[in-house]
Design a protein around this ligand. Structure first.
Ligand code: HEC
Length: 132
């Protein structure tokens, strides 16, 4: 009796779990992409690696999945990257030299608030390869 009951129940539970997981992930992703687009980030960045920039050159800024992989497990990355997003990057100390066609990131302080920049950076740092 028991194994039959378990077997007939598990697909339904599995489907429920999947729906719940998607429902939890999707609104955050949509909100973050909206914030990034509204703040001008997507002019220079993509989420997925491999996209080309204008004229077929490498993209202007690094793909955010690549950013997540580069800084994975580094303490202080969130604070440091939030500061870089707000103040811009140093063209003499490029972190993505040779991989992107942009020389430096301009300051984004006029386009995004500090709390929003921090939330976006947290989300970017969670885009590593294990995530959909
Ligand atoms: C005008 C183009 C441009 C815009 C707009 C832009 N970026 Fe960038 N971004 C770049 C470039 C170029 C780099 C690479 C800098 C480097 O090599 O150090 C970069 C790097 C980054 C990095 C990694 C920094 C590091 O030190 O590794 C993050 C995170 C980032 N951008 C997030 C954002 C966010 C969030 C926004 C929107 C608020 C944004 N960017 C808007 C061009 C841009």
């Amino acid at each position: 009796m028991k194994p039959v009951a378990v077997r007939s129940f598990s697909p339904a539970l599995g489907a429920l779990w999947l729906v719940a997981a998607q429902a939890m992930a999707a609104p955050d992703d949509a909100a973050m992409l909206k914030l990034a687009t509204g703040s001008g980030c997507m002019t220079c960045h993509h989420v997925e690696p491999g996209a080309k920039g204008p004229d077929g050159l490498p993209p202007i800024g690094p793909a955010w999945r690549d950013v997540a992989v580069k800084y994975k497990g580094q303490s202080g990355a969130e604070k440091q990257l939030t500061a870089t997003v707000l103040a811009g990057s140093n063209p003499y100390d490029s972190h993505w030299k040779g991989k992107v066609s942009g020389l430096a990131m301009p300051p984004n302080r006029v386009a995004i608030s500090e709390p929003d920049a921090r939330r976006l950076v947290q989300w970017i740092l969670n885009r590593d390869a294990n995530r959909p």
